[in-house]
Design a binder for this molecule. Structure first.
Ligand code: ZN
Length: 213
């Protein structure tokens, strides 16, 4: 691996808060588990995580303690628990087309961070995103879908290349996290960190966002 998880988290912090944040070792550990889960997914092509009666009953009785809050696209080719070899109670997942930080998505992330104490928020875009393609092609759609594509259009900026547009949209979503005082406060106290990633729907690999100087 050419980069460290700290570099990934630093990149997330700068995009989200535009500043240096205190180290959050729990976030580094959460990121490490996600990526080793993805390596397992790439190796085995199935999800070996615990989906048993035991874990279902345990989490029902004791409550949930997810280690990561994840915002990703609703695309059916992007199933987060499988991609990260995660079982019941491990990931707090918010999904919508284009991984947009809507008020509902932001509220859900605040809940995960402030009440479930997840140390890591990961936003994950993906290759071949239909929402990004629709925004690139300036599709006009009626109703709420039109509003959603307009949001993604804001996210892609002036990009023409689909890969750059996907990356821009991801960075835009990370930047939107900085609008939350709740998240900002937790990050300032070293309790929360941010990361971005792009999932390749062909290979199954997750590529973490790092600085490109
Ligand atoms: Zn998508």
């Amino acid at each position: 691996m050419a980069h460290s998880y700290q570099e990934v988290l630093r990149c997330g912090a700068q995009l989200a808060m535009n500043e240096e944040l205190p180290l959050c070792p729990e976030a580094e550990e959460a990121l490490q588990r996600l990526m080793s889960g993805n390596a397992l997914f790439l190796e085995k092509r199935h999800n070996p995580a615990e989906l048993t009666d035991r874990i279902r009953l345990q989490t029902a009785h004791e409550g949930q303690h997810p280690r990561t809050a994840l915002l990703c696209c609703a695309d059916s080719r992007v199933p987060p628990e499988h991609i990260f070899s995660a079982g019941i109670g491990e990931l707090f997942v918010i999904r919508n087309a284009g991984n947009v930080v809507s008020p509902a998505a932001l509220g859900s992330l605040e809940y995960a961070a402030a009440h479930l104490h997840v140390p890591l928020i990961l936003i994950m875009g993906h290759r071949g995103c239909g929402a990004v393609t629709a925004a690139l092609q300036k599709h006009q759609e009626p109703g709420a879908l039109g509003a959603l594509i307009a949001q993604v259009h804001l996210g892609i900026g002036h990009a023409h290349d689909p890969r750059q547009a996907e990356r821009n949209n991801l960075c835009h979503s990370l930047e939107a996290l900085g609008e939350s005082e709740v998240l900002r406060d937790l990050a300032d106290r070293g309790r929360l960190a941010f990361a971005g990633a792009i999932y390749d729907i062909r290979t199954g690999a997750v590529e973490l966002l790092i600085h490109e100087d």
